[in-house]
Design a protein around this ligand. Structure first.
Ligand SMILES: [Mg+2]
Length: 275
């Protein structure tokens, strides 16, 4: 049987931490799927390593084979519980930042008073992170940052999001080529997966670069209408989980399983046998 590269976002995709309910038993079924030898499981998340390890424990998630962390700024290979940072990925994305370190970027951004540096544990070799006012995400604000970074000769990827709980904006500055889609394609090439043997599952804005790409993808049913509309505006290879499969609601891991069977019907019989 051919192998499959199964890539899943964590928050509100595999982890049921949104408002929508999770179908009973869906995550247990996903865990069984992940045990199959032909499945190479990859987590793709904005979380850093420690927050991913925390989620694996807290939500009883299967330990993956690879982790794309920090929205693509870091990749880890996991063998027998050992996490190893993938140097080949660092080498792939480093040229976008030339030889500059985050401290050099930080120096280049001094005087932009809306930006407040995040705690040291939120920073990475290829990730510089700031707090911003919630109103920050305007073209003029982005342009001010982009102009400074261009003056340093950098190619950067600016990712802005909201921490609703804390009422603060979050700005992550990464190398331009450090993004979820590129990281997934890098792993696929590294481990020899053809596109038809890849599946990505996501739910939100920072998944759109993959959801709208030619990588076969599923948008879980608990995604917001805004994301559904944005994802459908492109000509990607996208399946929208609806619910109804095996009596489940299509949210979170149920949506991932529904998408798997959409692209790979051979799994339908196996999944039914596990019930
Ligand atoms: Mg998510």
């Amino acid at each position: 049987m051919s192998r499959i590269l199964l890539c899943a976002d964590l928050d509100r995709t595999l982890i049921p931490n949104g408002d929508a309910p999770e179908s009973a038993g869906a995550r247990a079924l996903f865990r069984q799927l992940a045990c199959k030898a032909e499945v190479r499981l990859v987590y793709v998340s904005g979380r850093d390593r420690s927050l991913i390890e925390q989620a694996i424990k807290e939500f009883d998630l299967p330990v993956p084979d690879d982790v794309i962390a920090d929205v693509g700024a870091t990749i880890y290979d996991i063998k027998k519980g050992e996490w190893t940072r993938l140097q080949a990925w660092d080498d792939e994305i480093a040229p976008d930042w030339g030889n500059l370190a985050p401290a050099d970027l930080q120096a280049g951004l001094t005087g932009l008073n809306a930006l407040q540096l995040q705690e040291p544990e939120k920073q990475g070799r290829f990730k510089l992170s700031y707090y911003t006012p919630v109103t920050w995400n305007k073209p003029s604000a982005r342009a001010a940052v982009e102009t400074r970074l261009q003056a340093l000769g950098l190619k950067a990827n600016l990712i802005w999001s909201m921490d609703d709980a804390r009422g603060v904006g979050l700005l992550d500055i990464l190398p331009a080529s450090a993004n979820k889609r590129h990281a997934i394609e890098f792993l696929a090439a590294r481990f020899g997966f053809a596109r038809r043997d890849m599946l990505f599952a996501g739910d939100s804005g920072n998944d759109l670069d993959v959801l709208t790409s030619p990588i076969p993808s599923v948008l879980v049913a608990n995604a917001s209408d805004d994301v559904r509309r944005d994802a459908l505006a492109f000509d990607g290879d996208l399946y929208l989980a609806q619910g109804g499969y095996l009596g489940m609601n299509g949210n979170y891991s149920a949506g991932i399983l529904e998408g798997l069977v959409h692209y790979h019907p051979r799994y339908d019989r196996w999944l039914r046998e596990q019930l």
